[in-house]
Design a binder for this molecule. Structure first.
Ligand SMILES: Cc1cc2nc3c(=O)[nH]c(=O)nc-3n(C[C@H](O)[C@H](O)[C@H](O)COP(=O)(O)OP(=O)(O)OC[C@H]3O[C@@H](n4cnc5c(N)ncnc54)[C@H](O)[C@@H]3O)c2cc1C
Length: 468
């Protein structure tokens, strides 16, 4: 292990909380209560849903129940890529037709702008910079995938996406071995914790009741049960993403997958000059075990990728600690991308959980018979998608309660999608471990062979995991 990795702060929820401060925790529930809508989970999904419901119908009594504190989950730990990707679009195209998936994609493009608009309107300072998303290829096989990916995205109506060769890529950012890149304007980088803390304060000011340190143990129609009392409401919305497996009856609904991140110390002006990246694009690559990164407002690089992907029995972590080997692996990716930063210290490392449905498709649903709703299964694309999910849940509640009709959002193809559950253990653990070992092997093989053909290994892993 390098000397710079030994002084790393590991866990503490995330660098973003260390940077912006842990919040003063709100009061728990203190007995039975009633509401019009109860929302379980105080991440982006829950808080945006509370926000749009209150904006649409200020008289609604909305209560949020959060097991720890708002932003404790992925919303306080992510890479801060606010972008237009949504898990499952291609499958929705197969199930509902291309035009329906184009509508979904357009809604996602608009969602990036909606988050920028709403945060500005509410005075939430979240270090948002809309520089788009740049995805870089570093081997011939990655370049072939990049070109396919680029053409595929254009087929969903993204007219403003651009394809760059090695020279144009280097003008934007100097990534070692980069042979090309694709750029879309539909993306921004942000500070995840500033967004989630700002949002919690805004919804509270609108009159939403937030109880923190209040774990919900069971959701039943019209009931959210906690150790301190039960909240009754006609609508109970589950917004628990990677933690869903801990709820009664939900063990195999969404698989909790870990993703880990590191952040460097602030770079000097000379170091930034060696890297470029003046456009502050959200940065990714085309490896099978992909990376994602951002240039932070205070001049660091925050970079993520896959750590130990999944813990046996769908267990989730407590404080975001990640393995030393994962920290070192992410540092190696950083230095592989930017060899001139070999001496830069990694200051903080952490991990969080994503929710992965069996078919890798994000969904939003309100069951009109029971009043139970949920949104999630975003896999790694939730910073923007949570906002679209929230506006859709608002419309579904309005529709069901007779306060609104069908809307463009309620007709999107991810609404009401059903998927089968994951296999029981040990098959679930073995399958996911095998899949990620296969992605890493495929990347190594492509780097060594330097052919333009994607490793067949990765295609097999995609099929086995239900991803394609
Ligand atoms: C390391 C990492 C990096 C990521 N990077 C990106 C990125 O750059 N771009 C992107 O688009 N997406 C990214 N994601 C995904 C994105 O962060 C999530 O999809 C999104 O934050 C999900 O929001 P959520 O509100 O649905 O879930 P969460 O933020 O996980 O919130 C769920 C909340 O519910 C609470 N909760 C859970 N169970 C209970 C219960 N029983 N009772 C009460 N409360 C409960 C939790 O404490 C938590 O606060 C990343 C995720 C991780 C982990």
């Amino acid at each position: 292990m390098s000397s710079s990795a030994t002084a790393v702060v590991n866990g503490g929820i995330s660098f973003w909380f260390a940077d912006d401060g842990l919040p003063a925790v709100r009061e728990p529930l203190t007995g039975d209560a009633t509401a019009d809508v109860v929302i379980v989970g105080g991440g982006y999904t829950g808080l945006w849903t509370a926000y749009y419901l209150k904006k649409a119908a200020p008289f609604l009594r909305v209560t949020v129940l959060e097991q720890k504190f708002c932003g404790y989950g992925a919303s306080g730990r992510n890479g801060g890529w606010l972008y237009n990707g949504i898990a499952g679009r291609d499958r929705y195209a197969r199930l509902h037709g291309h035009e329906a998936a184009v509508r979904l994609q357009r809604a996602m493009n608009d969602t990036v702008d909606e988050v920028v608009r709403a945060t500005e309107a509410e005075g939430i300072e979240a270090d948002i910079h809309k520089g788009g998303v740049l995805e870089v290829a570093r081997t011939p096989a990655q370049l072939a995938r990049l070109k396919d990916f680029h053409a595929h995205e254009l087929s969903y109506g993204e007219k403003d996406r651009e394809l760059y060769g090695a020279g144009e890529t280097a003008e934007r950012i100097r990534v070692a071995d980069a042979v090309g890149s694709t750029w879309t304007p539909h993306g921004a980088r942000l500070h995840p914790v500033k967004l989630v803390k700002g949002l919690a304060a805004v919804v509270e000011a609108l009159g939403v009741v937030i109880h923190e340190r209040t774990p919900v143990t069971e959701i039943r129609p019209k009931h959210a049960v906690t150790p301190y009392g039960t909240v009754r409401a006609p609508y109970v919305l589950r917004c628990t993403e990677g933690f869903t497996a801990s709820l009664k009856g939900q063990r195999r609904t969404w698989l909790p997958m870990n993703s880990s991140m590191v952040v460097t110390e602030p770079l000097t002006d000379e170091q930034w000059a060696s890297v470029g990246w003046d456009g502050r694009e959200a940065l990714g690559d085309m490896a099978h075990a992909y990376m994602y990164a951002q240039r932070t407002a205070d001049g660091r690089i925050a970079l993520g990728g896959r750590g130990v992907p999944y813990r046996f029995g769908s267990r989730t972590d407590n404080d975001g600690r990640t393995q030393a080997t994962t920290v070192e692996a992410l540092r190696e990716i950083l230095v592989g991308f930017f060899p001139s930063l070999a001496g830069v210290a990694v200051e903080h490392a952490w991990s969080g959980v994503l929710g992965v449905p069996r078919d890798w498709c994000a969904t939003v649903t309100l069951d009109r018979a029971t009043g139970l709703g949920w949104a999630g299964g975003y896999v790694g694309s939730g910073v923007a998608t949570t906002n679209l999910a929230a506006r859709t849940l608002r419309d579904l509640v309005q529709l069901d309660s007779g306060q609104g009709g069908r809307t463009e959002l309620t007709d999107l193809p991810w609404v009401g999608h059903k998927v089968r559950k994951w296999e029981p253990e040990p098959l679930r653990w073995l399958g996911v471990q095998g899949m990620y070992a296969t992605y890493r092997a495929a990347d190594r093989r492509e780097f060594r062979s330097h052919t333009a053909e994607s490793s067949r290994l990765a295609r097999v892993a995609d099929r086995v995991s239900g991803r394609h």
